[in-house]
Write a protein that binds this ligand. Sequence first.
Ligand SMILES: Cc1cc2nc3c(=O)[nH]c(=O)nc-3n(C[C@H](O)[C@H](O)[C@H](O)COP(=O)(O)OP(=O)(O)OC[C@H]3O[C@@H](n4cnc5c(N)ncnc54)[C@H](O)[C@@H]3O)c2cc1C
Length: 163
Amino acid sequence: MSEHYDVIIIGTGAGGGTLANVLGHAGKRILLLERGDFLPRERENWDPHEVRANGRYVSRDTWYDDEGRPFQPKVYYFVGGATKMYGAALYRLRPGDFGEVRHIDGPSPAWPLGYDDFEPWYTKAEWLYQVHGTHGEDPTRGTLVEGLPLARRLPRAQHPAAQ
Ligand SMILES: Cc1cc2nc3c(=O)[nH]c(=O)nc-3n(C[C@H](O)[C@H](O)[C@H](O)COP(=O)(O)OP(=O)(O)OC[C@H]3O[C@@H](n4cnc5c(N)ncnc54)[C@H](O)[C@@H]3O)c2cc1C
């Protein structure tokens, strides 16, 4: 405990890892704490049936809800977290997702922040993770101020909003 760190980050998934990347470049001394081991490299890493259907890497933890009922939380404890398993599809939420959404089981209240608050941060993340894809085909999507780093953008005349 004689070591000094500017920041201690608990968990090394997308959240902790991204934070470590940004703070590391800002010159901060960082300690990353991770409860999981390194994911063993094996054939099943690339097998969606093993990962998804068989839950090969899901923790065997039991958690309890507010009424004491046990449930399996489907969490992954590894260096890299659940992010070691993820499908690498990085979508933005739509502007409408931040408002109140009425589901069959009841309303999901509006967020205190909206799409525009997140837009610059989405852009930073997309550049960090080299997101690529097409923007402009789905009119419910929000605006991209800078565009995707590796995007194939539709010509303006083909944009659905221009039809
Ligand atoms: C099979 C699969 C496919 C997915 N595909 C996609 C996709 O295509 N696109 C997408 O956007 N999302 C996808 N997701 C969801 C995405 O992976 C998660 O939302 C994301 O990884 C969560 O990142 P996180 O940093 O919040 O948590 P995690 O990546 O789970 O990281 C949390 C970390 O904290 C550690 N930890 C927990 N408790 C402690 C403790 N007490 N002390 C120390 N460390 C601790 C854990 O071991 C873990 O490493 C997918 C998820 C799965 C499982």
